[in-house]
Design a protein around this ligand. Structure first.
Ligand SMILES: Nc1nc2c(ncn2[C@@H]2O[C@H](COP(=O)(O)OP(=O)(O)OP(=O)(O)O)[C@@H](O)[C@H]2O)c(=O)[nH]1
Length: 323
């Protein structure tokens, strides 16, 4: 090799080392025993440990908070299979616990990281070392989490009735269809309740529409208090609320319905300093094999509700079952 070639090679090596030191990703080279052979500027800046201080140390001794068993398993497969491995922030937010100092994503306490593990071969072709490339993906992670959060909120918003904060009609009916299908598979008892405010028209006319809204909220509040975790409550229509009671026959549902009815009858709500009392009529229908669609189940529950209304209101009626 000529002197000029030597100089060029030296220059290239110098540039490469310069780049490795200043590049905005972390570079670490480990030997077969996980001793650190290279620790670049990024790693120094974020850990506060200089290359001179760390070179030759065992990675797991220096960072005892690393997930050692899990990480060693990944590294071993890189050494043995001569394969790359990838660790994503979604799998584990970070491997190196570096603080996050970015101004825009300052809300994240720690740097989110993606990490690539690469096998490095010696001149004889053996895999003697491994390189860890550490990417700071805090911005991407925060954006993704914010987007997921917004999507969740939007989804909740699309499923919720604004007045009562119960499930809205569309989503409650979707649940009814699901419970209908579940019944066809497992045949576990399930009942539907429709709870309808009595004489809401009169309340609207006497006290105003906002008082009518408050009456609906009041009934929804009592209903929610009486829901079990497996019950699905929703606002079926204007002044009609619905509950799907899983694992409940009509007789069992009637006990819960009576509790709601009696509690509403006994309670009152205040509107413009006036105390207002309301009552509800409740229709119940337990799902049976004869009811061949979710619509038929709903129709029968509606029929039970109509029966409660013609029976004088403020009472509970079921279709197809003696209460
Ligand atoms: N304030 C208020 N009123 C509503 C809402 N949705 C429906 N209504 C009213 O509820 C009333 C329902 O009238 P009807 O079907 O005659 O029933 P009702 O007066 O409650 O009498 P029964 O159900 O037969 O006991 C109508 O006046 C509707 O305007 C709502 O969201 N807010």
């Amino acid at each position: 090799m000529s002197k000029v070639d030597d100089l060029n090679a030296m220059n290239e090596l110098h540039w490469l080392i310069d780049m490795v030191q200043t590049i905005e990703v972390g570079l670490v080279v480990l030997d077969r025993q996980y001793n650190i052979q290279l620790w670049n500027g990024f790693m120094e800046n974020h850990s506060g440990i200089s290359p001179n201080d760390i070179k030759g140390s065992n990675l797991f001794d220096r960072f005892d908070d690393l997930p050692a068993t899990w990480l060693k398993q990944k590294m071993e497969s890189v050494f043995l299979l001569n394969n790359q491995a990838f660790i994503s922030w979604e799998q584990r937010p970070y491997v190196f616990k570096f603080r996050n100092y970015r101004p825009i994503t300052g809300r994240a306490e720690f740097m989110f990281q993606n990490i690539t593990l690469l096998p490095l071969s010696s001149l004889t072709g053996q895999i003697t070392h491994l390189s860890m490339i550490v990417y700071d993906v805090t911005d991407v992670a925060i954006n993704k989490m914010q987007l997921d959060n917004a999507t969740d909120k939007l989804q909740l918003h699309n499923q919720t009735d604004a007045l009562t904060l119960l499930l809205n009609r569309r989503y409650w009916l979707q649940n009814a269809v699901q419970e209908f299908e579940r019944f066809n598979r497992y045949c576990e008892p399930v009942s539907m309740l429709l709870i309808d405010l009595d004489h809401l028209k009169q309340i609207n006319e006497t006290y105003g529409h906002i008082a009518g809204d408050r009456a609906i909220q009041h009934v929804a509040h009592v209903m929610k208090k009486n829901l079990r975790t497996t019950d699905i409550g929703g606002r079926y229509g204007g002044e009609t609320l619905g509950i799907i009671l899983n694992h409940s026959s009509a007789t069992e549902s009637a006990i819960q319905a009576e509790r709601v009815r009696a509690e509403i009858e006994a309670a009152e709500f205040t509107y413009n300093s006036r105390k207002i009392k309301v009552t509800v009529s409740i229709g119940i229908c337990e799902l049976t094999e004869e009811l061949q669609s979710p619509d038929k189940w709903l129709d029968k529950t509606d029929e039970a509700l109509a029966l409660a209304k013609v029976s004088g209101r403020n009472c509970i009626k079921a279709i197809g079952t003696q209460l």
